[in-house]
Design a protein around this ligand. Structure first.
Ligand code: FUB
Length: 596
């Protein structure tokens, strides 16, 4: 638990803090980021520095996820030291990877029997866990830490780890056993740079390796020199070297004497995750994970990346007309999270004046009401809905009653006026003294009764309801999904115009401007996808582009978005919303569509 008074003071002292998005998490201290892209979301695996720590006092790991790089959902702690019956302490820096339908999370922990650090491996069918001990014993144990796992194009997986040395071993395809013996990577100055003033550690390599491959080049990004550390990297023509030192990625910055890298590509951008001591009370043992967007140089080298309080730009927008978890947060002040009796997490420990910012919320043509799932063991309070700032335009106020318990849930609804377009949404919580209420989820609706969204079942959570196919086969699926638990796929297309359709004839207003957002992912290839409105009036059909044609791929979700004015002459007899491709017959998925 963070000291709320300190947090409020710091917000007051640091201009612009309320708008910052770094560090990513403000509810607790987090460290040792390990991002993983899966089905169009970024899952962020971290450690958890306990409040007031004076050492790396870490008992559990945590998981967060985001579809837009700025609003992060708290998935709680699906793995802890207690997951490993043979471990006694030190939930330190690990990495999770996906293979054959399972998620494997490699972590260093202290082996109770030997007192040595060892590498354990957790396994789960879900990126958010829960994780169980995959083998009931250490995978490897040599007193060293910080595993990273990389799966090469030929399917061979490698586990690397080490401090003070650097090791690798070839993992078997089951990901929980290995072939051969752990091998030491020679720490030469050519490979890992020159450290001065420490004869026992002549190279810069310290700990925290992060190994990956890009355009045929192998990268090892690592925490360099101690202490304070900076982030450096080496490259190699193969997974086992020989490594060549390439220089600094992130200079020593940010009031934590350690740092820790994690790098991904997501939705066409590259992102560098790290940690620092930027939260109030932060420092070397009370760290926080942050992220910056960057671009590789043309020759594949990594530019110097500096820490910012701004963080990465938002990818797309957030849809308020589908259920959103209350613990999806861009920035908050004063609140915490806890496991909810309704599943997942809820926001709690809300006091008068606390707030949550959700960034880039696309209200479109306008919201008319707001609902929230709430519980209160006291007298409740109010949720003020404000745009653009914690004291920004008030568009609605929901009163939360006492419900008789902190996990006794009810849904409250209140009217909303003036919420149009895209804004940062602030939930400002007000009331009397002490803890006011908890919030599990929220959702806006709009003037049409289906949310500003004209589409029926726009979040695809109700199967194929409302949707059809203009050729091919339409199915409701649980993977891949963009948000929620279901999406739609269309397969067996025989023409580029075969797509997902919905009749919106009764819902259109002549001459009105409509904004479209729909997330698309191909099953193969990189087709250009687009949303189109087919409008038939007085026997003539016209085709109105609702979004530009946009390249989509099978590695993640892409948002098609655009604004178009819909008009016709005569009597409208049919209007159909389509998602199709400009060419080709690749199958594709759609999710979280709005037309408003
Ligand atoms: O978080 C504990 C240790 O601190 C990690 O294992 C190291 O990489 C350093 O960040």
């Amino acid at each position: 638990m963070l000291v709320i008074v300190a947090l409020l003071c710091a917000v007051a002292m640091i201009p612009g803090t309320a708008r910052a998005d770094n560090p990513i998490v403000q509810t607790i201290y987090t460290a040792d980021p390990a991002p993983l892209v899966h089905n169009g979301r970024v899952y962020l695996y971290t450690g958890h520095d306990e409040d007031g720590s004076t050492y790396f006092t870490m008992k559990e790991w945590r998981v967060w996820s985001s579809a837009d790089m700025v609003n992060w959902t708290d998935h709680g702690s699906p793995m802890s030291v207690a997951t490993f019956s043979w471990a006694s302490a030190d939930a330190w820096a690990g990495q999770a990877v996906y293979r054959n339908g399972r998620f494997y999370w490699y972590v260093p922990v202290k082996d109770r029997a030997s007192g040595q650090m060892a590498i354990g491996v957790g396994v789960s069918n879900s990126p958010t866990g829960p994780f169980t001990d995959a083998i009931g014993r250490p995978l490897v144990r040599n007193g060293e830490i910080d595993p990273t796992v990389f799966i090469d194009d030929d399917g061979q997986a490698y586990l690397y780890w080490g401090n003070p040395n650097l090791w690798y071993v070839r993992l078997n395809a089951d990901m929980i056993s290995y072939s051969g013996s752990p091998t030491q990577i020679p720490l030469t100055t050519a490979g890992f740079g020159t450290r001065t003033g420490n004869p026992s550690r002549p190279t810069l390599y310290e700990e925290g390796p992060w190994v990956y491959k890009r355009n045929g080049l192998y990268y090892n990004v690592f925490a360099a020199r101690c202490c304070s550390e900076f982030i450096a990297y080496s490259t190699a023509p193969g997974p086992t070297g020989p490594w060549t030192y390439r220089g600094t990625v992130m200079p020593t910055q940010g009031s934590s004497f350690t740092n820790h890298p994690g790098i991904i590509d997501f939705n066409g951008g590259s992102y560098f995750f790290y940690h620092n001591g930027a939260l109030p009370g932060g420092g070397g043992f009370t760290r926080s994970v942050a992220v910056e967007k960057f671009a590789y140089n043309a020759d594949g080298t990594i530019p110097t990346i500096n820490m910012t309080t701004t963080g990465a730009p938002q990818v797309g927008t957030l849809n308020p007309y589908v259920r959103q978890e209350a613990e999806t947060i861009a920035w908050e002040s004063g609140v915490e999270t806890e496991p909810s009796s309704e599943g997942g997490m809820n926001v709690g420990w809300i006091e008068n004046g606390d707030y949550i910012k959700v960034k880039g919320v696309a209200f479109g043509a306008g919201a008319t009401s707001f609902s929230a799932r709430v519980a209160s063991a006291t007298g409740g309070g109010r949720i003020e809905l404000r745009l653009g700032g914690v004291n920004g335009t008030l568009v609605g106020t929901c009163t939360v009653p006492g419900t008789g318990g902190w996990q006794t849930w009810t849904t409250v609804t209140c009217p909303v006026t003036g919420a149009t377009g895209t804004h940062d949404l602030y939930f400002k919580y007000t009331g009397g003294g002490g803890n006011l209420f908890n919030v599990n989820w929220w959702q806006f609706t709009g003037g049409t009764g289906t949310g500003g969204n004209l589409l029926t079942n726009g979040d695809m959570e109700s199967g194929t309801t409302g949707w059809g196919a203009s050729g091919g086969t339409l199915s409701s699926v649980t993977s891949p999904v963009h948000g929620g638990a279901r999406a739609l796929t269309i397969t067996g297309r025989t023409a580029s115009w075969n797509g997902t359709t919905q009749d919106v004839t009764a819902k259109l207003t002549n001459g009105k401007s409509y904004t479209t957002s729909v997330w698309v992912r191909s099953q193969s290839g990189t087709p250009s996808a687009k949303a189109t409105l087919a409008v038939t009036a007085d026997g003539t059909t016209g085709y109105l582009p609702l979004t530009p044609a946009t390249t989509v791929n099978s590695g993640g979700w892409t948002e098609l978005t655009g604004t178009a004015t819909v008009s016709w002459s005569g009597t409208l007899t049919r209007a159909t919303f389509y998602v199709e491709t400009t060419a080709g017959i690749d199958g594709f998925s759609i999710d979280d569509a709005s037309f408003q």
